[in-house]
Design a protein around this ligand. Structure first.
Ligand code: G4P
Length: 295
């Protein structure tokens, strides 16, 4: 499901999230481990105010493990607990409950000191479409409850799902919109399948993907395409791919459009292995550049 977001949709989504916020102690912000920054809504902090937050890097099975570790350190350095999971196969699920207990420990300690017994921690999942919110809820609930998207005309009361001993999770996630004023964010969302192809030019998405792979994963790029060495000329790469995949037009010339489609499809299918498209060092560099620009 991919929603085309308009200001009305965003306002409605924000309203729905704000209403649910009152019910919970902690937010599980779900992001795609391959693009933790690009799949996050930058307004989340503003929407949830001071509410406690745990970053869940989902689809960790598809991301570069070393980069995911750096992301976890990056968030922790900012005082944000972060855990990497694979909700599809139910990997590292217990880390979620543990992280929730840790962020609530101080408050619960205060309650205990007053002689009160802490109740279960209440949490909700927030994230942009396609990051795996329903998959995670189903996994935690161990049954099929969260349907992707909302069915028109069907309203249902919020329900709490018991997770482990100390956690209760809202059975419907809060949906936020992706934000891609920055073109590279749009390309990364497209390459990971988070947004529809028709929002951006296929050849631009492919060119971005190939250039990124050349810069960060040259060996994987070369192996995937059966080349001795990787190349930084994206037009030449597209031509080679067209030839290798027999994608020729009726004049027997390389069909760059179909080659670009093949590239995007194969990147999504991870034909070159586990790739992360957001790298913490790059994000920090960008932030530094912006700070300097403000000076
Ligand atoms: P959403 O509620 O946030 O919109 O996402 P949803 O759970 O529907 O998940 C989107 C797609 O991501 C699903 O693929 C789902 O199987 C996949 N997914 C979720 N979590 C993980 C994970 O940890 N690892 C991997 N590898 N995949 C995960 P799908 O049903 O095939 O949808 P689509 O690919 O056709 O969009």
């Amino acid at each position: 499901m991919t929603i085309q977001w308009f200001p009305g949709h965003m306002a409605k989504a924000r309203r729905q999230v704000t209403e649910k916020l009152k019910l919970v102690d902690v937010i599980f912000e779900l992001v795609d481990a391959r693009i933790p920054q690009s799949s996050a809504n930058p307004m989340l902090g503003e929407i949830i105010h001071q509410k406690k937050r745990i970053i869940i890097l989902n689809k960790a099975d598809m991301a570069d493990e070393a980069v995911t570790k750096k992301w976890i350190e990056f968030y922790r350095a900012q005082g944000l607990p972060a855990v990497a999971v694979n909700s599809w196969q139910g990997k590292n699920m217990h880390a979620i409950e543990r992280a929730a207990q840790e962020v609530m420990a101080e408050k619960f300690e205060r309650l205990r000191a007053k002689g009160m017994k802490p109740r279960a921690i209440r949490a909700m999942i927030l994230g942009i479409p396609n990051v795996g919110k329903s998959t995670l809820i189903n996994r935690l609930a161990k049954k099929n409850i969260a349907k992707t998207g909302n069915k028109p005309g069907v309203t249902k009361a919020q329900q709490w799902i018991k997770v482990g001993k100390s956690l209760e999770l809202l059975d419907t996630p809060g949906i936020l919109w992706p934000k891609f004023e920055d073109q590279s964010v749009g390309y990364k969302l497209a390459l990971t399948g988070a947004i529809k192809d028709d929002l951006l030019q296929m050849e631009d998405i492919a060119a971005f993907g190939l250039a990124f792979l050349y810069q960060h994963y040259p060996r994987e790029l070369a192996t995937w395409l059966g080349l001795e060495q990787s190349l930084d000329d994206t037009t030449e790469l597209l031509r080679l791919i067209a030839e290798k995949r027999h994608l020729m037009d009726r004049y027997h010339e390389p069909d760059y459009g179909r080659a670009a489609e093949a590239v995007v499809k194969e990147i999504r299918q991870q034909k070159m292995g586990r790739i992360s498209f957001d790298i913490p060092e790059e994000i920090e560099e960008q932030a530094n550049d912006e700070d300097h620009r403000d000076d």
